[in-house]
Design a protein around this ligand. Sequence first.
Ligand code: FE2
Ligand code: FE2
Length: 148
Amino acid sequence: MRPLEWDVRFSTGLVTLDADHREFLALQNRLLEARVRGRGHRLLHQVLEQLIAWAEVHQAREEAMFDASGYPAAARHRAEHARLLASARNLRRRHALDLERMTRAVLGLFDYWWKRHILEHDLEFGRYLAAPTPSSPPPVDATVDVTA
Ligand SMILES: [Fe+2]
Ligand SMILES: [Fe+2]
C-alpha cells in the first residue's frame, strides 16, 4: 500500500467532510510512512487511537448531515459507520496479535475504509446533496439567457 495524496476526485463537494477525509488520509499515510522507515510498530497504537477518535467525531458529523437533509440511504450508511468503528475497536482489543500482524490489519482497515466507504458511500452522499430537488431553483448554468 502506497501513501495517497488528496485528489479532487476524492471530494464529496462538502468542505467539512472533505477536511475530515483529508485528516483520515494523513493518519493513514503517517502509519504507512512510519512502517516504510521501520517505525510503524511504535506509532501503531497511537494511530489506532486517533483513528477511533476521528471516526467518533467524523461519523457523528456526517450522520447529523443525513438527518438534516433527509438522506434516503442514511440507515445503510450509518450501519456501515458502526461496522467500521467496531472493527477499529476490535483491533484495539487484540493485544495478542504480534505487532507486524496488527500493523497489517490496521493498514488493511484503513484501505478498506478509504476505498469502500469514503470513496463509495461518502461520495454518494455528496452527489445526493448536490443533486437538484424538485423544489429548488434550476442551477445557474441551466437558466435561459434572455439577452441572446
Ligand atoms: Fe466520511
Ligand atoms: Fe461515511
